[in-house]
Design a protein around this ligand. Structure first.
Ligand SMILES: [Zn+2]
Length: 187
């Protein structure tokens, strides 16, 4: 049985009482002061960006978790931001270019290990268009940013399970589209 998501929170963050007990699978309640804390899923984003050749923009992570492994531009949504704003901000910070949302694809739950703690997230995947693919530059949490042909994507080298799953799903959708258009062209 896995431990409770707040098992490392031993004391009430308001009054310091050790009577901070499990209320349900994602919350604890303080028996002294009544404070209740819920660990809800944090909103996060993933951007799929292609250049005119159809290649996908991939980032090598500069920091843990998954330092040296691959990911796509994206990250946590800040307080007060919409998911779309958060996605485009992360694109600017990580690869140095402005973009616009083309379409929302799907969302996937993920678990993000950070500071000996697992943050539950829900990752929203977007197709994002950028004006100047030649201007990309690795910034912030990125060690490098580069283009990879979809058929050459090394899925096992991606750090996050939700990104691996999301890419597999997106690739399958691209294959179906290609098959449909070739059927249409040949008929
Ligand atoms: Zn308390």
């Amino acid at each position: 049985m896995s431990s409770h998501c707040l098992s490392r929170f031993c004391y009430c963050p308001c009054c310091g009482s050790d009577q901070f007990s499990v209320l349900d699978d994602r919350s604890k309640r303080c028996a002294e002061c009544g404070f209740v804390f819920y660990l809800n899923a944090s909103a996060a984003t993933v951007a799929l960006i292609r250049n005119p050749k159809g290649e996908l923009l991939v980032v090598r992570r500069a920091r843990h978790p998954g330092k040296g492994l691959l990911t796509l531009p994206g990250g946590f949504v800040d307080h007060g931001e919409s998911i779309e704003e958060g996605c485009l901000r992360e694109v600017r910070e990580e690869v140095g270019v402005s973009g616009r949302i083309v379409r929302f694809l799907f969302s996937l739950p993920n678990r993000y290990p950070f500071s000996d703690f697992v943050v539950p997230t829900v990752d929203s995947f977007f197709e994002v268009a950028i004006d100047n693919p030649a201007a990309i530059v690795a910034g912030d949490d990125a060690e490098a940013a580069f283009w990879v042909a979809p058929e050459d994507l090394p899925l096992s080298s991606f750090a996050m399970s939700s990104v691996r799953e999301g890419l597999a799903r997106w690739l399958e959708e691209q294959r179906r589209k290609t098959n449909t258009s070739s059927v249409l062209t040949s008929s």
